[in-house]
Design a protein around this ligand. Structure first.
Ligand code: S3P
Length: 459
């Protein structure tokens, strides 16, 4: 990143700050957005011990554009600000300082972080019953976000009832609704509702205590429809393993970390961070956190997924999983035979099952998806838990040239190949784009160049 006279400074104040991942988020965004008219920024950690007020005042005097605040200053910083937004006032903590003429305005983007994570994974909250585990630091932001999303009922479960009660009372009072209630873990089995959304807000299960979970495996997991663990290291926590063993989708909290940063960046600069930049920042964040996930390639038949996967494999020295090949191997018959004997729906079920298996086994490497993998909404959601998805886009003409003369694809058999390609692409292109955060136009470039482009974005 080139720092010039117009580069603006962003930062983090806290103690300690050495472990922080925030510079990865903000500097990635800034690097990727600095081509256009967006503001150019650099983000640095500042170790602040006692002189918090001096630090905030000094930052303003130095024309620092915005800051994040972390422990132990999230509450104390409030007395040095020109104003505080609604979320921060209710949550009682500030994590973002946005520059105003006479000082900084304090915001809390943690609630926005979890809210955007829930949106990303397609987890609906409105009218739903939510089970929150834990009433510690992050819980109030989560409770605030849930109330704002109009949750029907929220059970806040904690060892010490009074702490859960305090959050429930505070959020209920603020929103003028009685949706939050407190309970201890012993009472969990008395919850009558099912289809719960569960959010694990404690630090139990955080590496190196990988095999611990705040609640034991049991019937409650059958009542949960989907779960999020705010812990993101390990990438698959014990809580998530229990959920997945009960057949339920489960996600970690890396996206909350990402989105609280992205929201802060947007408040600092006024620039909207595009989706592709979010996805690249997510990948860099994972790598900085030591989390390894596969790179997934999707696209229409003949878009070059298998060839690009082999190129990536060669360049990065990691293996390829081809979902069609896996299915052919486990079924012991060709795709044509599966379609002819069992029908397309059976094949699609096999695809869904395979994605779930790859998530459970934490598959790595490069995953090349069959062209129809994105058709089911369930699959598109599941893929978000598996890894970053890249859409290899190709024009109907290029695809036509690549697939004509090939008889392995049951959906392209018969007459009017070009017509089939065009009409299927019309339906599928939005689905590929929905599944993938990153899109590479492959027309006119060879597989090696496509692979290079993916490596530049994701590695
Ligand atoms: C299909 C694509 C094929 C294979 C099956 C169905 C599709 O994979 O899964 O024939 O619906 O697009 P490729 O895209 O790898 O050819």
């Amino acid at each position: 990143m080139i720092i010039s006279g117009t580069t603006r400074t962003l930062g983090l104040i806290g103690n300690p700050v050495e472990h922080t991942l925030s510079p990865v988020i903000h500097n990635t965004i800034s690097e990727l957005m600095s081509d256009g008219s967006a503001m150019k920024c650099v983000y640095v950690p500042f170790h602040v011990e006692e002189k918090l007020g001096d630090a905030v005042k000094g930052a303003h005097a130095l024309n620092i554009l915005g800051m994040n605040v972390t422990v132990p200053h999230k509450q104390d910083v409030m007395e040095y600000l020109s104003s505080v937004d609604d979320a921060a006032a209710v949550i009682g903590a500030v994590n973002t300082l946005v520059r105003e003429e006479n000082g900084y305005r304090g915001l809390n983007t943690d609630a926005e972080g979890i809210s955007r994570e829930l949106d990303f994974y397609g987890i609906e909250i409105e009218g739903k019953t939510v089970l929150m585990l834990g009433a510690g630091g992050a819980s109030k932001a989560v409770a605030y976000a849930l109330a704002k999303k109009n949750a029907g009922k929220v059970y806040i479960c904690n060892r010490t009832l009074a702490k859960a009660q305090q959050i429930a009372d505070c959020v209920n009072a603020h929103f003028g609704r009685d949706c939050m209630s407190a309970m201890t873990y012993e009472k969990i089995s008395e919850i009558e509702e099912d289809e719960l959304v569960a959010i694990q807000c404690t630090s139990v299960g955080l590496s190196p205590r990988d095999d611990e979970c705040v609640i034991p495996d049991g019937d409650i997991f059958d009542k949960i429809a989907v779960g999020v663990d705010l812990v993101y290291k390990p990438a698959q926590t014990q809580f998530m393993k229990y959920l997945r063993a009960h057949g339920k989708p489960a996600y970690n909290g890396l996206r909350m970390l990402l989105y609280q940063g992205i929201a802060a960046y947007e408040h600092f600069t006024g620039d909207k961070v595009p989706q592709e930049v979010c996805e690249i920042a997510a990948r860099r964040l994972e790598m900085a956190a030591g989390i390894r996930r596969p790179i997934i390639l999707c696209g229409y038949m003949g878009s070059g997924k298998s060839t690009v996967a082999r190129e990536l494999s060669r360049k990065l020295g990691i293996p390829v999983i081809d979902t069609d090949e896996r299915i052919v191997k486990t079924q012991g018959k060709s795709i044509n035979d599966i379609f002819a004997q069992q029908g397309e729906t059976a094949f699609r079920d096999m695809e869904t099952e395979l994605i779930k298996e790859l998530i459970r086994e934490e598959a790595g490497g490069i995953i090349s998806l069959g062209g129809g993998m994105v058709l089911r909404e369930e699959n598109r959601k599941l893929l978000r838990a598996l890894g970053p998805v890249v859409f290899l886009e190709a024009s109907p003409e290029v695809i036509y040239k690549r697939v004509s003369g090939n008889s392995d694809r049951p959906l392209l058999a018969g007459d009017d190949l070009m017509g089939k390609i065009e009409s299927m692409l019309k339906i599928r292109t939005p689905l590929y784009k929905d599944a993938a955060g990153i899109c590479v136009d492959t027309d006119g470039i060879n597989a090696a160049a496509v692979a290079e482009c993916i490596i530049n974005k994701l590695m």
